[in-house]
Every structure is written in C-alpha cells, then in structure tokens.
Design a protein around this ligand. Structure first.
Ligand code: ADP
Ligand code: ZN
Ligand code: ZN
Length: 739
C-alpha cells in the first residue's frame, strides 16, 4: 500500500470512551478533487470491530501513535460538507473537556437523530417547490384558476416547502398540477433569505424607565466591543422581562443576525412562544424533545442556513448550528432543568456563556430569582446587573402571609383560615391557585396497627397512592402496582393515607366548595395531547375557580385574575441534607407567589407551615428574594461552598449493597496526594436505592477550578487501572446540582 497520499483522521465515535480513534484516509490518486478532502467536523463511516459506525473527524494529521500500516482505512466520507460549524466544533471540544464526558457521545448528542446515521444532509434537506419555466406559465393557467395564479405569484418570488405552502392555504391538487405540468419541481436548493426590516416587527410596548435602561445597556454592548457582554436581567415576577428580551432581540435581528432563546420547558411556555410569533413576522422555530426527528432536523437545518431568525429551545438548543448567531437569551436562568442529569451532564447556561464569549455576542440571563452562582458573578462584576424592581403593567407585588398549622384545624392538608380565604376570593369573582409539590392522592399508605408504610421494592422510597388509578406508583422508578388492601407487615386491613397530594386536595376542595370548578394541573392531568392547552384555556377565561397544581403552576404563566396563591406544603423541603435546598425553596415560593395579583387586584400569598420560625421562611415573609440571596451567599462563603468553591461528584452504583461504597472508599486514599482538596464522603446518595441499584457518592471540592479539573483528570486516567471493578458503574458530574 502506498502511504504517500495518506492522512490520519482522528475520529470521535459514539462510544462511552474518552478518546479519539485513528483511521486512515487514502486520497484517490487518479483525480485531484480538492472539494472532497476530509475536513474537521465532517461525518465519516468507519469499521469498528464487526460493526460500522458513523463518526466525526476531529483532527487531521499524518501521524499516529499506532503503526500507520495497522490503521484501518475509513469506509467513506458521508458527504462533502461538514456537519458541524467551526463555532460548534469549538463549543463541543470544550464541553467534552470541561464535563469530562466521552467526546463521541458529546458530538452525537449535538446532532439531530437522523444525522447519527449514514444519511446526507442533502438527502434530508426539505424539498422546495421551485419554478422551472418562469416566463410561459402565466399564459398556460386558465384565467379563472385563482389558486393556480396565486401559487405562481408565490413561486415567482421564492421557492417553498410543502408545509409552507399548506400554511399559505395552497391545496395539494394545485401543487400537483404544477409538478405534473412541469411548471415547477421539488429541489433541495437553498432559498434567498429576505433581510429583516422594521416592517417585520410590530406591537412594541413603550418601555418604562427600568426596562429602557436595560434594553439600551444590552443594545449598546453589541455596538461596543469593550463593554461586558453578559447581562443578568434580575426582574421581579411580572416586571416585563420578556419585553426587554423582545426589544433587545429586535436590535439583533435588524443587524441580520439570529437569536437563540433557551427556556426551561417548552410545553409550559405556549404564552411566551405566541408573544414571540406575534411580535416578529419572521421564521421563529422551536427545538425540544417532544418534536419528531423530522421536525428537529428542519429546525437544525433552518438555523444552520440562516433561514430561522429565532429558535426557542430547551437546553440542548445550545448546541444548534447557526449561520450567524447574534445573541443568546436564557429565560428563568435559575431553573434546574437547564442541567442535564443523565448521561452527558452539562449545564445549558455554562455552555451558553462559553459560546457567547467565543462568538463575542451578548447573552442575557433572566430571572426573578437568580441562581446564587449568577448573582455572585454579577457581584464581582463579571456580569452586568440589570434590575427591574416593579411590575410593568402597574400591578403590585403580592403580600405574604404565614399560616401556622399548629394553631388551626387542618383538613386534607388545608388549614381552616386558608379555606375561608379561598371562599371569599371566589365569592369576589377571583381565581385561586394552590400549590403542592406532590402528584397523586397521598404520599403513602400506612397500616394503622403496626405503622407499616407502602414502599417501592426497587427504591429506598415510599410509593404514592393514586386513588383514581387505584395504584401505588413509585415516582422515582415509575413502578406501578395495584393498591393493596391488607398490610404486608401484620395483615391488618386498617390502612389509611398519610399526607396529601394534588389528587386528594382536588377532591377535598370539590367537597368543601361544590359551587366552583376545581382544576387540577399536574403531570397526570396533562399527560394526553391537548389537555395542558385545554386547562390553560380554561384558567385564562378568568372565571372564579381553584387551580390545584404542582411545579407546573409555578412557571411563567400570566393569569391576571389570580388573586390568591397558597403554598400548601412548605415544610417538605425545610430539612434537607442538600445545601441548595433553601435556595430552591426560596425560588419556588417566589415563583409561585409571582402568579398572584398580576392584574388589577392586589394579590396575597399564604404559606402554610408547622415551622413558622424557620429562618428561610422568616426571610421570605419579611424581606425580598434579594435579601434572602445575599444572606445565603454570605453563608455559602463562610462554609466555602459553591459558588465560592467548585465541586465534582463521583457517583457509583452496583446491584450489591456494599460494592459501590467499598469501591469509593478505596479511592479516597489516592486523593490524599492532592493538597487543597476537600473530599466529602463516600456517602449514600439521598435515595440510596433506586430502580434496584445501590448508589453512593464521593464529592470533591476545591477553591481553584483548574486544580479541581486536574484532580478529575487524574481520577479518570487512573480509576480503571487502580481500581478496576466491572461490577461498578461510575460517572462524574462537574458542577453537580442535584445529589
Ligand atoms: P416577566 O416575564 O418579567 O414575569 P412579562 O414580560 O410577562 O413579565 O410582563 C408582565 C406583563 O406586563 C405582561 O402582560 C406584559 O404585556 C406587560 N408589560 C411588560 N412591559 C410593559 C410595558 N412597558 N408597558 C405596559 N405593559 C407591559
Ligand atoms: Zn421505585
Ligand atoms: Zn400492619
């Protein structure tokens, strides 16, 4: 074999291995086809054992640590074009290194599913109906065939995909006629992208002073390279953050650039999406896991070609290609769903900040309850802190009240004074929202005789009683069992429920207040297509009613007629081993409260607790979130906890109860060679047994991030050689959020 024309391709393959694989590329000798030379970011098919895999070329060199003649040649380059932009390549290489995740899995996660296989972008690209004989068609169409003339005039301007034509009310028979007559044909040609003009944008509100200051700070940063490019938009609920995004986005669009807007969960933000579509008469695309592979490919393709002007996406949108990205917005930046907890454990916000820095574009992090990490960055001047302190539409922030559950009668989880308050709001024609963080009827069934509790056989947790399904369901592993009628401990039939879930609260309220509708909003009541929209629609009508819900009610909705919000179970998260628990509780309470009094009536928020003296509760009742946050930051600093230090978590799990903890135990001594490192654990995970696996963890904490990364690199290099054990599955989580 002549090796004169060879190149070594270092390829990322979708395997759980932290390495690249060397393959040989031998250029064809007879033709000199420059366009077909391998490039970084191009997909290739390679042999791997007995399989063939689709990988991505990461580096091209002429050397390998293996003898060149032993390297296998690639099977083929999939296509001439690269599948990743250079901006993406840079981001993904950084992400794999930062999160210490196998590089091939990182690259594969960033591709739409259809491109993880051997298909070309050209094959998949949306076909566009393109006019073939512009000049004569006009005369051939009968005069009275209005629709055909309309189609002709559309196609004379540009080509269209089938769905775009359907949206323009074109019948498929008209389209077929054009194709059959040879007047037009389907092509994958790229289209002319019309420049955005001021006419494409309508309905701007006139900004209040705080909003105007924010918008102008953001806009001027993109005109001036020397100003900071990261903005914390710290605005109380209802302060008009969305209007600030919209007007900052407008500025970017008029510079003919694109914008990425990341939101926690797309299913929960239909109102936000429709506000974007109303404001911009432009191509606004969505990206989330509920879409089909084909829909996702289309968004990917349109972002990459520059056709999509705005993409509204959940966390993985941060990996999308853009022809010309001009700004990233992270709405509700504190929300934990920006962190992927399984597999490739990345944080969308961290990646967005890196991406924006490299691209030198502004990034806006918006929240009414910023994460302590972000607030700390604002405090030290890394982020520009923009504040919106009052509500935009003139409504006032709600008043906070404590209801001490030790002092009143409680029925089905509701204290009597709260029930009375609910009744009086309804009588006044207003809506009420009651928040409880648990689905189902009751957290657990208990035996009255021996106090035995129903528990999951695969997890160290109790099963939740769902009365309507007559099942005991584990909310951690999803296991479903028919309800039991006899105690498994003593055989007694005297079983009763303990605690309250949405389902029970719903039934109890229907009994207590039969004259008004009680609407349940949780994952169970919205599992079928359209149910969520129907419930939102019902609430939006504004008729006096009670909404009982989980987290879902907390996020971003704007229901003007809700005057009372009750947080039914504050106490569930007061005594947690997680140092982030107070932050999460404070954010949740403020977000839920934010649903109250958004219209003309001043709202009230009631917190029910058995621990009215608890400092977090006192802080939230008497002060603002910002006071809570600065107190919490001081405490974190004293204890040297994040964001004043950095953490990596090593998780290990095994089917045998002791293996994982013993394995982690045996690693600890090796870590003593690193000074300046705090090693915590090993300790059992908060839920030690989950889905039949026993889970333990080891936290390493360090002031210096580079040093922490050095230690983790050492661990990855050595864990398998020092401490090889096939019975253990381990993973690393950088900047862990949930234990
Ligand atoms: P946030 O996202 O901060 O919770 P929103 O952007 O949803 O707040 O705004 C709350 C309400 O205030 C919306 O109904 C919005 O239309 C209105 N609003 C925002 N800015 C203005 C403004 N400058 N003038 C009048 N109304 C505004
Ligand atoms: Zn379970
Ligand atoms: Zn019993």
């Amino acid at each position: 074999m002549s090796l004169f024309n060879h190149q070594v391709l270092q390829v990322a393959l979708p395997l759980p291995l932290r390495k690249l694989f060397d393959y040989l590329y031998i250029a064809p000798t007879d033709i000199i086809d420059i366009s077909n030379k391998p490039q970084q970011g191009q997909r290739v098919i390679v042999p791997f054992g007995r399989q063939t895999l689709v990988g991505t070329v990461i580096n091209i060199t002429d050397k390998s640590e293996y003898p060149i003649e032993k390297l296998k040649p690639i099977i083929a380059l999939i296509e001439n074009e690269t599948s990743f932009t250079s901006e993406q390549l840079n981001l993904l290489l950084w992400a794999a290194e930062y999160y210490k995740h196998p590089i091939g899995e990182v690259f594969s996660a960033a591709l739409p599913g259809v491109l993880r296989e051997n298909k070309t972008i050209g094959q998949l690209a949306p076909q566009r109906l393109t006019l073939s004989q512009k000049h004569n068609v006009d005369k051939k169409i009968p005069k009275n065939a209005k629709q055909l003339h309309k189609l002709l005039s559309l196609l004379s301007e540009q080509s269209y995909t089938r769905s775009e034509l359907t949206n323009k009310d074109m019948k498929s028979t008209s389209i077929k006629r054009f194709v059959d007559e040879g007047w037009a044909n389907w092509k994958t040609s790229s289209i002319y992208i019309k420049p955005v003009t001021a006419d494409d944008i309508t309905g701007q509100l006139s900004l209040n002073t705080e909003q105007a200051i924010a918008v102008s700070a953001i806009n001027s940063s993109s005109n001036n390279n020397n100003l900071p490019r990261c903005f914390l938009l710290d605005g109380v609920t209802g302060s008009g953050k969305t209007e600030v995004y919209l007007q900052a986005i407008e500025h970017i669009l008029l510079k003919q650039q694109q914008v990425l807007v990341c939101v926690p969960e797309i299913g929960l933000t239909p109102q936000t999406i429709s506000r974007f579509k109303q404001r911009f008469n432009l191509d606004v695309e969505l990206w989330h896991s509920g879409m089909t592979d084909k829909q996702r490919f289309n968004t990917w393709y349109k972002a990459r070609s520059g056709q999509a002007k705005i993409v509204i996406a959940t966390r993985s949108g941060v990996f999308l290609p853009f022809a010309s990205l001009g700004m990233i917005v992270i709405d509700e930046e504190h929300d934990a769903s920006f962190k992927q907890q399984e597999g490739f454990k990345y944080h969308c916000r961290s990646l967005a900040l890196y991406r924006a820095k490299v691209a030198n574009i502004p990034v806006i992090l918006g929240s009414a309850t910023p994460s302590l990490e972000t607030l700390q960055n604002a405090l030290v001047g890394k982020f520009h802190h923009l504040e919106l302190k009052s509500r935009a539409a003139g409504s006032q922030l709600p008043a906070m009240k404590l209801l001490d559950l030790n002092q009143c009668r409680v029925d089905s989880g509701i204290g009597e004074p709260l029930l009375e308050k609910v009744k009086s709001c309804l009588a006044a024609g207003q809506q009420v929202m009651l928040f409880i963080n648990r689905r189902g009827f009751a957290p657990v069934l208990m035996c009255e005789e021996c106090r035995w509790l129903t528990e999951c056989s695969r997890c160290s947790s109790y099963t939740t009683f769902h009365k309507s399904k007559n099942q005991l369901i584990c909310h951690h592993c999803g296991d479903q069992q028919p309800t039991i009628h006899q105690c498994k401990g003593c055989g007694s039939t005297r079983l009763s429920t303990v605690g309250v879930g949405t389902e029970q609260l719903h039934l109890a309220l229907q009994d207590a207040i039969p004259d008004y509708p009680v609407i349940r909003l949780d994952r169970d009541s919205t599992s079928k297509k359209g149910e969520f929209e129907a419930i939102l629609e019902q609430i939006n009508q504004g008729n006096p009613s009670i909404v009982v819900g989980t987290q879902m009610v907390a996020k971003g909705h704007h229901f003007p007629n809700v005057s009372l919000v009750g947080v039914v179970d504050v106490d569930g998260s007061l005594f947690s081993s997680d140092f982030r628990a107070p932050e999460k509780l404070a954010q949740l309470i403020v977000q839920v409260s934010g649903r109250a009094g958004r219209g003309s009536i001043k709202g009230e928020v009631w917190l029910q607790t058995k621990f009215p003296e608890h400092p977090v509760i006192q802080d939230l009742i008497n002060n603002k979130y910002s006071d809570f946050a600065s107190f919490a930051l001081t405490e974190r600093e004293m204890l040297n906890l994040p964001p004043y230090s950095h953490q990596a978590l090593i998780r290990a799990e095994a089917t045998n109860e002791n293996y994982a903890s013993q394995w982690l135990q045996s690693i600890s001594p090796h870590l003593s060679q690193f000074a300046d490192l705090l090693v915590l654990g090993p300790s059992p995970a908060p839920m030690m047994k989950k889905a039949g696996k026993y889970r333990h963890m080891l936290t390493i904490q360090c002031k210096s991030r580079p040093y922490l990364h050095k230690v983790v690199d050492w661990l990855i290099e050595n864990l398998d050689s020092v401490q090889k054990d096939n019975r253990i599955r381990w993973s690393i989580d950088i900047d862990p959020l949930d234990l």
